[in-house]
Design a protein around this ligand. Structure first.
Ligand code: HEC
Ligand code: HEC
Length: 643
């Protein structure tokens, strides 16, 4: 009886799946709707109100949780993807960044209603509120404009009083307890692929002068800087990021040869990087650190690692002692054969601190790090209770928030944000793409290099498929199935092969056919964002319209970069030569989203679009740019930015 009923339901289900499948294949370019999943991203706790704010990235809402009763109190629909949430110092008003909508929602934390909205850049991605006892202010990091908007309140309500340029794609920030500085993490490096010291930086904004007081460079290869927090005394900032070994050819994955993951410690007022330590173990990467929070006493930081479904706790109190040369006796006695360990070497010679960024054992031998399962899959946001005993972790893919006891690192309980539908192929593929357990010793996920949902890390990498000593700038995967062949030297014919090859060679594990299909479904579901360089109505500016005529007309760009995908899918020599590739022939790249995929050209030598067309086009083989006036060149670039 039960069986028959079941079969009946399966029949209906089969029909739904068939119809959905047919719709999927008919509308090749309209991806399935992700809004049915629950995907908690960022978290913020109001100690005063006992409320935990959970940003649900796919549902585009904020879920307010009563932290003590451990129950959902309200759901607040938003106008954009909530990339950041922060409480005002009184703990009664919640701000939520609405990415894509260009606003910050001001939410009544008790009622769970949006009271008003503040206009900022189109892609707000980071928020920080000025602390109590300082003038009311909100700082908003704009991913699209690479700026921080300073919001102040007067009789007419909130006003943006200043927009401060930072480095590239501000992703997270925090204000020092005295309100003096805002420490801003920039997601990506901003520089040329030929620079061996290429790295992302941390911008320290002085809130009195409203300008960047210090641009703190992270070690070479630093990218995907996602989390920052400031210690309770305001002296130290802690930043988590990837640390790519992009100057070595990818001959192996072992021992962090390709990607490692790091914690950088910055003296805020001095604008000086004290040290960078690695969070990985010798044979187990700590891929894709996302968020970081510090305990109220400043002793520990907690870090989420999206790629390995873990959280780690680092004893930064101990690290500061070790940097000062105060090495406990048991650690002095811990010899590496006959040799002293790194901490003893640092005790002897403080300049050796710089070696830590290459040392995969330093934290472990000092027992300064512990790692635990996060209680779900794809952990991102973190929040710590005011007494430091409870840690909340947002698990993006499993759709819940877990609660860990900080004493033991154990998961106490998990709260689901609601029913989570069975993942379809796209969602399964999204998970594989972000999952470093699909890589040898968890050294990276696809997202460790293709950040921002399949875009770029701003670095170049020397894969061996096209020879050695010819590193290629990471390419965006948007529309990859319309831009075959793949890779800058067209070394792979199809996008599907590339998905398989990515898992097999880049990640170093043999995938199942299902994994490949799922990953491919995700990759082909990626869609360009509407360019933030369009006007408020989503239309091209007058300059971009003029540029379009030049692009299609006298400059001859459209010959090789024809709409709609802006590539002829052929190889050309446009006069950009590299020593190991004397024929100079490269696959024409798509120009869609070129505003965010820099640096440019096969080796990333050009930082800006202007450099592509002018500085790296001496022979004039790359489009007919030479006869253009300054204004025409500007218009042409405006057009490329609008794609
Ligand atoms: C270490 C950094 C890194 C990792 C990890 C990585 N990629 Fe890439 N990817 C690159 C670079 C660099 C290129 C450009 C290579 C070239 O042009 O020869 C690229 C190119 C590609 C392309 C070709 C795109 C095109 O339009 O030509 C695809 C597809 C791709 N990657 C998918 C993946 C997938 C899937 C994964 C995970 C299994 C992955 N990548 C992991 C750096 C990386
Ligand atoms: C003869 C074909 C051809 C023409 C004409 C041409 N391009 Fe290109 N374009 C290419 C190729 C091939 C590359 C890749 C070169 C490399 O990787 O070093 C490229 C690269 C670029 C890039 C860098 C994209 C990236 O992601 O690295 C930009 C931007 C660009 N072209 C814009 C233009 C503009 C604007 C024009 C017109 C002035 C133009 N191109 C004309 C073939 C062409």
């Amino acid at each position: 009886m039960r069986r028959t009923q079941n079969r009946g339901w399966w029949w209906v289900w089969g029909l739904i799946v068939t119809v959905a499948g047919a719709m999927g294949s008919r509308a090749d370019d309209s991806p399935p709707d992700p809004t049915r999943y629950r995907s908690p991203g960022q978290l913020a706790i109001s100690a005063r109100a006992g409320r935990l704010a959970v940003a649900d990235q796919t549902r585009r809402s904020v879920v307010l949780v009563d932290a003590d009763k451990w129950k959902i109190a309200a759901r607040v629909p938003l106008a954009g993807r909530p990339t950041a949430v922060v409480w005002d110092p009184a703990g009664s008003v919640l701000y939520a960044a609405e990415h894509g909508a260009g606003t910050v929602a001001v939410i009544d934390g008790a009622k769970g209603e949006v009271r008003s909205r503040i206009r900022v850049g189109k892609w707000p991605a980071a928020l920080a509120a000025a602390p109590a006892r300082t003038p009311r202010r909100l700082y908003v990091g704009n991913q699209d404009r690479h700026t921080v908007s300073v919001v102040q309140w007067d009789a007419n309500g909130p006003q943006v009083v200043k927009e401060i340029p930072v480095s590239r794609e501000p992703s997270d920030m925090e204000v020092t307890p005295d309100g003096r500085y805002v420490v801003v993490a920039n997601l990506l490096p901003h520089g040329s692929g030929l620079d061996p010291d290429l790295s992302a930086e941390v911008s320290i904004v002085d809130t009195q002068t409203l300008s960047v007081a210090h641009a703190v460079k992270l070690p070479p290869g630093s990218t995907l800087v996602r989390g920052v927090c400031v210690g309770p005394k305001g002296r130290w900032a802690y930043v988590v990021h990837g640390l790519g070994r992009f100057t070595s050819p990818i001959t192996q994955l072992e021992r962090g040869w390709v990607n490692t993951y790091a914690l950088s410690i910055i003296d805020v007022a001095e604008g000086h990087r004290r040290a960078t330590v690695l969070l990985d173990e010798l044979t187990r990467g700590a891929a894709d650190p996302h968020s970081i929070v510090v305990s109220p006493d400043g002793r520990y930081v907690w870090i989420s690692h999206t790629g390995v479904h873990e959280v780690s706790r680092v004893d930064v109190g101990l690290l500061h002692e070790l940097f000062e040369g105060n090495v406990p006796k048991w650690l002095v006695d811990l010899k590496d054969g006959m040799r002293d360990n790194i901490w003893v070497e640092i005790q002897r010679d403080r300049s050796k601190i710089s070696v830590l960024q290459d040392d995969l054992t330093a934290l472990f031998i000092a027992r300064a790090i512990e790692r635990w399962p996060s209680g779900g899959t794809g952990p991102k946001g973190l929040a710590l209770s005011a007494d430091g005993t409870r840690l909340w972790v947002a698990n993006y893919f499993s759709g819940g928030v877990s609660l860990l006891q900080t004493e033991t690192g154990r998961v106490d309980t998990t709260l689901s944000l609601g029913a989570q539908p069975e993942p379809d192929a796209v969602r399964r593929g999204e998970r594989i793409f972000h999952d470093a357990t699909y890589a040898f010793q968890r050294w990276h996920s696809c997202a460790s290099c293709h950040a921002n949902e399949g875009r770029v890390d701003g670095l170049r990498w020397d894969f061996l498929a096209d020879g050695i000593g010819n590193a290629k700038d990471t390419v965006s995967l948007v529309w990859l199935h319309h831009t075959e062949p793949m890779n800058r030297r067209a070394t792979v014919a199809t996008a599907k092969e590339c998905a398989r090859g990515g898992l097999q060679s880049t990640n170093g594990l043999v995938p199942t056919e299902q994994d490949v299909e799922d990953l491919y479904a995700y990759l082909t579901s990626l869609r360009p964002m509407p360019s933030p360089h369009l006007d408020e109505n989503g239309r091209r500016t007058a300059a971009a319209v003029r540029g379009k005529a030049i692009f299609e007309g006298r400059a001859g760009c459209a010959q090789c970069h024809p709409a709609p995908y802006f590539t002829d899918r052929k190889m050309h020599n446009v006069g950009v030569l590299s020593p190991n590739e004397p024929d100079g022939r490269y696959d024409t790249p798509s120009l869609i989203e070129a505003y965010r995929t820099g640096p440019y050209l096969h080796d990333g030598r050009a930082v800006t679009l202007r450099e592509v067309l002018v500085e790296h086009n001496e022979k004039g083989l790359h489009g007919k740019v030479k006869g253009l006036s300054e204004q025409q060149l500007k218009d042409l670039i405006e057009y490329v930015k609008s794609l």
